[in-house]
Design a protein around this ligand. Structure first.
Ligand SMILES: Cc1cc2nc3c(=O)[nH]c(=O)nc-3n(C[C@H](O)[C@H](O)[C@H](O)COP(=O)(O)OP(=O)(O)OC[C@H]3O[C@@H](n4cnc5c(N)ncnc54)[C@H](O)[C@@H]3O)c2cc1C
Length: 420
């Protein structure tokens, strides 16, 4: 057991990735008092995904796969006493992370700069500076994505640009959502639960909703990397799976990072632009009972899904009207943008790391440049920093699927082994 009075590791960001990193370090033998977590939010373990207090917001990964501890894959099942194949409330997961973390030194501030190699000087937004031998970057997701059609539309309280900014969804009767993915499902269920007279109209180019998990677990296929090491082969593999697409998609999980890394830049771009939305819909599925609830609301007329392209948005003090390219006009009280987050970060720390050439953006401007074999940040010459690591969505450019808990806990365990 290593003990130290002065902190040895700084974790930047106290969302799921930061907390799971701390849990991994403590499991690997580091004393909790050797860790500082910098996180401006009041509560650790929440971040973007687990900050919600709405019981309608559920995990989209079964309980059996949500352990925060790589060596104890059943830990969340044991902690929650829930069935292995269940989909719990997301707020419960935040509570689990905090309980597994235990007492820790939480610096309620942002880190704005990091300088140095063997002793890294961290500057906090308060102006305070501290040095650490090791740093784990866990800054998570970028800003909410803003659709092109809003360029030139004046800012208005009637348009909610960031549905995850404190979950401040105003009360209203008719909510228009742009996007029909996972964020839409959460926002729609919150809105409908508030008043039986509330309704939602959701618009997207495909009109497709996320797929549902089936009632009992599927047995994933186990494809080899050679079967999917080009985009053409991947498309072929998925097409051949037919109705067994769940088994096919889930079977790719252990080799997704290697598959992505083997793709050319052109293949990655093509995949994101042409296959990305179908992939997300199938890869990130919703709990069976959430899917049933959404289907019931569609049948009752409280949710309307419109497939179409938005041409313009008109906003007044009282309402907002979305006009589609086929001239359909959709009036509502508020417009909520539900198309997820950017992987291109623009927070002060990222910008200063880019400016000092400590790193560069990851492939396709997603996340940062990271040596995924070690988790270390890379500079523009491809040289890995000796003591700065990056975890979670920050690795999306290099690893693609790097946001779900099974990936995050694996990365955290590997970083902890290296640091210890
Ligand atoms: C709505 C939603 C539902 C999801 N559901 C599931 C699920 O069911 N199962 C699953 O496996 N995965 C799920 N995920 C994916 C996954 O668990 C998350 O993406 C995960 O929250 C990533 O955590 P993070 O800590 O890396 O990022 P974030 O949650 O974005 O947290 C980053 C934190 O870093 C802080 N920060 C940023 N910059 C600084 C700085 N400079 N200094 C200090 N602090 C900083 C921020 O304040 C923030 O709290 C979901 C994701 C979302 C968005």
């Amino acid at each position: 057991m290593v003990t130290s009075q002065s902190p040895r590791v700084l974790i930047v960001g106290g969302g799921a990735s930061g907390v799971i990193s701390a849990i991994a370090l403590i499991s690997a033998g580091l004393s909790a008092d050797a860790i500082d977590i910098a996180e401006p939010r009041e509560t650790l373990g929440e971040g973007l995904a687990y900050q919600t207090r709405d019981p309608h917001h559920r995990l989209n990964v079964p309980t059996s796969k949500m352990s925060a501890i790589e060596e104890l894959p059943n830990d969340f099942v044991q902690w929650s006493s829930a069935p292995e194949y269940s989909f719990m409330e997301r707020q419960t997961y935040g509570a689990y992370l905090r309980e597994r973390l235990g007492p820790i030194h939480h610096i309620k501030d942002s880190v704005i700069n990091l300088v140095g190699e063997s002793e890294i000087e961290a500057t906090f937004s308060s102006g305070e500076k501290k040095t650490y031998p090791s740093v784990v970057l866990a800054m998570g997701h970028g800003n909410a994505r803003i659709p092109e059609f809003l360029k030139g539309v004046p800012k208005s309280p009637k348009i909610i640009l960031d549905v995850w900014n404190g979950i401040a969804l105003p009360q209203s009767k008719t909510l228009i959502c742009f996007g029909t993915g996972l964020s839409f499902i959460d926002i729609a269920m919150t809105h409908l639960s508030r008043d039986p007279k509330n309704s939602v109209i959701a618009i997207s180019g495909s009109g497709n909703l996320p797929e549902r998990h089936v009632q009992s677990p599927v047995k994933p296929f186990s494809p080899s990397l050679e079967e999917v090491d080009t985009l053409e082969k991947l498309r072929d593999y998925l097409a051949k799976a037919g109705d067994s697409w769940r088994e096919a998609v889930d079977g790719l999980r252990p080799i997704t990072e290697a598959m992505w890394r083997g793709f050319t830049t052109q293949e990655r771009e093509d995949f994101l632009s042409k296959d990305g939305s179908a992939w997300s819909r199938r890869r990130h599925r919703i709990a069976p009972d959430v899917a049933d609830a959404v289907a019931a609301e569609i049948a009752s007329g409280r949710i309307t899904i419109k497939k179409g392209l938005v041409q313009s948005v008109e906003v007044t003090e009282k309402n907002v009207t979305v006009k589609l390219t086929d001239d359909t006009k959709i009036p509502g009280d508020y417009l909520a943008i539900c198309i997820g987050r950017d992987y291109e970060l623009s927070d002060p720390l990222t910008l200063s790391l880019l400016q000092s050439q400590s790193t560069l953006r990851g492939p396709l401007n997603m996340g940062l440049s990271v040596d995924v074999s070690t988790g270390r940040l890379q500079n523009p010459d491809g040289i890995a920093h000796a003591n700065i690591y990056a975890i979670g969505p920050l690795r999306s450019g290099e690893a693609f699927e790097s946001t779900a808990i099974p990936e995050i806990r694996r990365q955290a365990a590997a970083i902890a082994r290296r640091i210890i």
